[in-house]
Design a protein around this ligand. Structure first.
Ligand SMILES: Cc1ncc(COP(=O)(O)O)c(C=O)c1O
Length: 398
């Protein structure tokens, strides 16, 4: 596709929508759960599956080797770093756990995190507390609900082995100041792991600029790629400092009976057996986002999110459950007399996809604010204000 310039025009949006097979007849507002893939991704997946059915998986992989390797370059063009800094993994959590458990830590060491940390990351922290005798230190929000950076920095000391934060949590549109956290990490010479699962694809994210050493993301969310694939970004410095938690025949070459040679690129964390189809599909999703331009995407996602936030304020009985400064395309709320699950079910009956977020996803944040479950909508750039009005009217009528 040819690149669209400037802000999206009405014609651009019509085209984008016509390139999205899942749109007609439904209003998809669960893009932070799993977005609708564009035709370019569907075609890529179908073509590779067909090729595999005709020549077998290995020959198909050989025939597509150039395109498979281009996926790493596309990742680096969209998200920064070098192509060799990216590993294709099964999911964001798959990449995150491989990176996290590879950071050497001894009893008495600590991790600094923030109040918005994702459940899967936090249970891994807790396991290392029990197993390795480390300590978790949590940076809190300031009075404005935004991360208190001074507090975060005050938690760092000579025993801090990792700063690990979630860029955008799954239960609110709060955006953590990832770049400022990067400055703190660099100043103190500490490894920095960013869970960018909910930020990539909806806003400008550049790992060089942010200054993180490791970062993870997934295909199916705002990137609009397939399920069953994610990526791990791990720069050269981190690759030198970690001790890979597991080795496989892909990570290391069995070069003599008593020796192996480790890979030096991020492929260290890849499995030999993986879905080439999904990798190509993710590449198509990276290229689609690059073709549209992340600035245009981000611009439209922000204005649609602001539109929903403003609309929710007008509906009687609705209480927003995001922090006041939240701006990303994850918008949570509750409505008097209905549970979040009621809202999801009633919306689904009208062909509107919404979601439920719960305290188990981001316990530190939601528990402190007395929220157990909350309804969640997450618009993407292909949504229209008419669709958002339909959702807001439907919510008003519930
Ligand atoms: C912030 C965050 N991190 C990580 C994940 C996990 O992604 P995956 O299921 O692809 O491993 C999610 C999924 O919702 C998420 O919201």
């Amino acid at each position: 596709m040819t690149a669209l310039t400037g802000k999206f025009t009405a014609k651009d949006i019509r085209r984008l929508r016509s390139e999205t097979p899942g749109l007609p007849g439904r209003i998809h507002l669960d893009n932070c759960g799993s977005a609708l893939v564009p035709r370019a991704v569907v075609d890529t997946l179908e073509a590779h599956l067909r090729l595999e059915s005709l020549v077998g998986g290995y020959v198909a992989q050989e025939q597509q080797s150039k395109r498979l390797s281009e996926v790493y370059h596309s990742a680096a063009r969209l998200l920064g770093g070098k192509n060799t800094d990216y590993a294709m993994v099964g999911s964001a959590v798959d990449g995150w756990t491989k990176a996290f458990y590879s950071v050497p830590m001894a009893p008495g060491d600590n991790i600094v995190t923030a109040y918005t940390e994702y459940c899967s990351n936090y249970v891994a922290f807790l396991q290392r507390v029990r197993r390795d005798g480390i300590e978790i230190r949590v940076a809190r929000p300031g009075a404005d609900g935004v991360l208190d950076l001074d507090h975060l920095e005050s938690l760092v000391d000579a025993r801090t082995r990792l700063i690990s934060v979630t860029h955008v949590p799954s239960s609110s549109g709060q955006v953590l100041p990832a770049e400022k956290i990067g400055e703190i990490a660099r100043l103190h010479g500490i490894l920095y792991l960013l869970d960018a699962c909910q930020s990539v694809g909806q806003m400008q994210v550049n790992f060089d600029q942010i200054g993180c050493d490791m970062a993870t993301g997934t295909g199916r969310k705002f990137l609009r790629g397939p399920r069953g694939i994610g990526f791990l970004y791990i720069n050269e410095k981190a690759r030198r400092l970690i001790d890979p938690v597991v080795l496989t025949n892909q990570a290391a070459c069995w070069s003599a009976t008593d020796r192996y040679d480790l890979r030096t690129d991020a492929g260290l964390f890849e499995a030999w057996e993986r879905s080439c189809m999904n990798q190509l599909g993710l590449g198509a999703a990276f290229d689609y986002a690059l073709g549209l331009g992340i600035d245009q995407i981000s611009d439209r996602v922000s204005s649609l999110s602001a539109y929903v936030r403003a609309g929710l304020k007008e509906i009687s009985g609705v209480t927003p459950t995001c922090q006041p400064a939240a701006s990303a395309a994850i918008i949570t709320f509750n409505k008097k007399g209905l549970t979040a699950s009621d809202i999801k079910a009633l919306m689904e009956k009208q062909g509107i996809a919404t979601q439920v977020a719960s305290v188990v996803h981001t316990r530190l944040d939601l528990e402190a604010r007395g929220i157990d479950t909350t309804a969640r909508v997450s618009p993407h750039y292909y949504n229209t204000t008419e669709e958002l009005d339909s959702f807001l009217n439907a919510l008003d009528m519930l």
